[in-house]
Design a binder for this molecule. Sequence first.
Ligand SMILES: *Cc1c(COP(=O)(O)O)cnc(C)c1O
Length: 379
Amino acid sequence: MNDSSRRSLPEDIAATSEAVAGAILTIDLGAIRENYRRLKAQLGGVGCAGVVKADGYGLGASQVATALLREGCDIFFVALLGEGIALRRSLGPGSAIFVLNGIPPGAEPDAVAANLCAVVNSPEQLAAWRAAARRAGRKLPAAIQVDSGMSRLGMAPQDVERIAADPGAFDGIDVRFAMSHLACADEPDHPANERQRLAFERLRALLPKAPASLTNSSGIFLGQRFHYDLARPGAALYGINPTPARPNPVLPVVRLQAKVVQTRMLEAGVGVGYGHTVRTTSPLTAATISLGYADGWHRRAASAAWFEGVRLPFLGRVSMDSIILDISALPPGSLGEGDLVELLGPSQSVDDAAGHAGTIGYEILTSLGHRFHRRYVNG
Ligand SMILES: *Cc1c(COP(=O)(O)O)cnc(C)c1O
């Protein structure tokens, strides 16, 4: 490469700048803050944490947590130690950050250095956190998670009974919360909810006296007796409906728009896309947009995009970097290269898209890729 070609490299243009990216993801931090306020209102005086695992459900843990901090939220939950360390770096000291999956054995010093709170899921994790406290020469903060019936994470009832009989079990541990997680909170009539609540009642009585935390987003809507001292919503902060059978009590947060790369006229009888899974039966106008399964729009999620309220069905298979739309419903010439069509937003909510794809909003959000231009608004 000679000097002149090197000079011509557009080093100041990021791969995901608005001009260069194939799609634009707009994240409304003001809506996240409003959703937090709505959940707080639903909770009365009960505390409300922010769950920002998986990079804030794909929307940016640092940006989301910073926005929540401005609403007075100072307790955060992540899933992994690495997420906790990264969040500590961006938030600075002050707020409590809990690591839901627990501290991996041997990594306790890293958790202590980042001033993280352990979620203790087993007697072994409890012993390791006790040892870390001894080494650190101070009490270390923890939430003790018990398995009240989801069978995923937390101490089994017999483990809780065993440590309850050990007077030194919590030496050096500052028990901030007794916690558990509901398996069926989005189904208000599911008998497991009350069963889990009663199991949680029994198990937390065996632990050192501490505030209690049971509900995720959906659990907040199961009634006051589920609220205890701290709720742990994630999904509802990000606009996912926590009450699937009822209207969404929270605001949408994301808008995903993809650029049109090309439009073309198709005659009747031509194959469209990989595998020619679609063959035109009449002439139509098609547009190819710059978004595909590499951006998290799954290949099987056959669906539609929208332009000015008009539905534009996908034609054939989703490619890695592109999708072909039937835009015949639009007046000729209304859509051209560089114009934006909507995949998520007012015309198609995250929950709508999930429904079409046979999945849940959580998976739509956390699948969103890294090639988008991300625009944070109302921060
Ligand atoms: C993910 C998670 C939450 C948040 O759940 P949402 O359904 O997204 O509100 C709360 N608690 C635990 C233990 C979790 O794993």
